[in-house]
Design a protein around this ligand. Structure first.
Ligand SMILES: [Zn+2]
Length: 409
């Protein structure tokens, strides 16, 4: 299915631009008209992180005339393994500003608009308005559903990508797309593919689970490829198709995604007719975990104090790190033992802890940031450990507040 171009061509290219884009101009499918369309295009990239870094650089180099960057975060050392739009000297700087500087170096003819605010229900429509399409580089489900819904309400195509460890996915969601005769093209939205977010704590983020740096380039470049096709009206776009990439097997698979007639957003009897509470929809932690953690969460300073007392022999407890072994190698709270969260879910941890606690010692759980330990805490409380607690903020808070000599990730 080929589509008409999204963008009208700009009046002309300057001589400098003709020189710069000559390798595009001599491709018959792109040519002068296609390049003029790119010049006239306005693309919003959400996030100048893993996916946003290659996406922004290639969109800029390709000559997309106006690039919006929605990003509120700052550059951290742990970003540089994959976020190639930022460099060593950008650490601590606004990612949006850092990205803008790199773009100016890659292509000074691009007009960059910064949206340095966290996207929320109050601003998302205003930020999106006026852009021809959205390239999404967000890494959390709440923002993704919000972006999908806002793009749908504004009838803007939404180029989605997602990455985790060695696996990537990409698609183009554009439910308002019509056929030539004006009838609906039945193109799906993100909710047609994923009607519900995964249960909280089930799908770790890249910060929790890791990502191969170069995977960002594989998926980010697919997103840019689709953007260029839509803007210039060439090729067969990923509308109604899901691209799945496995970097270890070096395998690309393309699956059909159909419009769900019962989709809550774009279906026949839509229930989502305006922006909703996305944090509540996606839930930071499950209800059981939230209940378990209520009144049973201690701070890292309390833990430090408890560890001191344990050393002095005035208190005894078992400190359990519920992360994975490879995370435990990076940093740890001294005196902790490792029992990954999965062992709690399959029940093995309970037997292990019965031995370690002799049935009377308190158990203190922690993970990276407090989500997984809250899930494990719910299991533990269910097994009768009523005085068990978990550490709010996890090892991240420990490194930040107690022991900055350890690396963070
Ligand atoms: Zn839908």
């Amino acid at each position: 299915m080929s589509l008409p171009p999204l963008v009208e061509p700009a009046a002309e290219l300057t001589i400098d631009e003709v020189r710069r884009y000559s390798r595009h101009l001599i491709i018959p499918d792109v040519g002068m008209t296609g390049q003029k369309r790119l010049k006239n295009a306005k693309v919003l990239v959400i996030g100048a992180g893993g996916l946003g870094s290659p996406a922004l650089l290639y969109l800029a180099a390709a000559g997309v005339g106006t690039l919006g960057i929605a990003e509120f975060d700052e550059v951290d050392e742990s970003n540089l393994q994959r976020q190639i739009i930022h460099g060593q000297s950008d650490i601590g700087k606004s990612k949006a500003v850092s990205a803008k500087e790199s773009i100016a170096e890659a292509n000074p003819y691009v007009n960059v608009i910064l949206h340095e605010e966290r996207l929320d229900n109050d601003n998302v429509m205003g930020v999106f308005e006026g852009y021809d399409l959205i390239v999404d580089g967000t890494d959390n489900f709440a923002t993704r559903y919000m972006v999908n819904d806002a793009a749908y309400f504004l009838k803007i195509p939404y180029i989605w990508g997602s990455i985790y460890r060695f696996d990537g996915q990409a698609s183009v969601f554009w439910p308002s797309l019509t056929n030539e005769d004006g009838s609906s093209a039945d193109a799906p939205c993100y909710r047609c593919l994923y009607p519900e977010p995964p249960p909280p704590g089930m799908v770790p983020s890249c910060a929790e689970g890791g990502v191969l740096g170069v995977l960002c380039a594989s998926i980010g470049s697919i997103q840019v490829n689709e953007a260029i096709k839509l803007l210039t009206g060439i090729g067969d776009p990923l509308v109604g198709k899901l691209m799945i990439y496995d970097a270890l097997e070096m395998e690309y698979r393309k699956l059909k995604v159909r419009r769900d007639p019962n989709c809550a957003l774009c279906g026949e009897h839509a229930t989502v007719t305006e922006l909703i509470d996305y944090d509540a929809f996606c839930g930071a932690v499950s209800e059981e975990a939230a209940d378990a953690a209520a009144g049973s969460t201690i701070s890292v300073t309390t833990l430090e104090h408890m560890l001191k007392e344990r050393e002095e022999g005035t208190r005894d407890f078992v400190l359990v790190d519920v992360r994975e072994p490879n995370e435990y190698e990076i940093n740890k709270i001294p005196g902790s033992i490792l029992i990954p969260k999965g062992e709690f879910l399959n029940g093995n941890a309970i037997g292990q802890l019965a031995e370690l606690t002799n049935g009377d010692k308190q158990v203190v759980l922690h993970c990276k940031s407090g989500v997984r330990s809250a899930e494990a805490l719910a299991v533990l409380k269910g097994a009768g450990y009523s005085d068990a607690v978990h550490v709010g903020g996890g090892v991240v808070a420990w490194v930040n507040q107690i022991d900055p000599s350890q690396p963070s990730y």
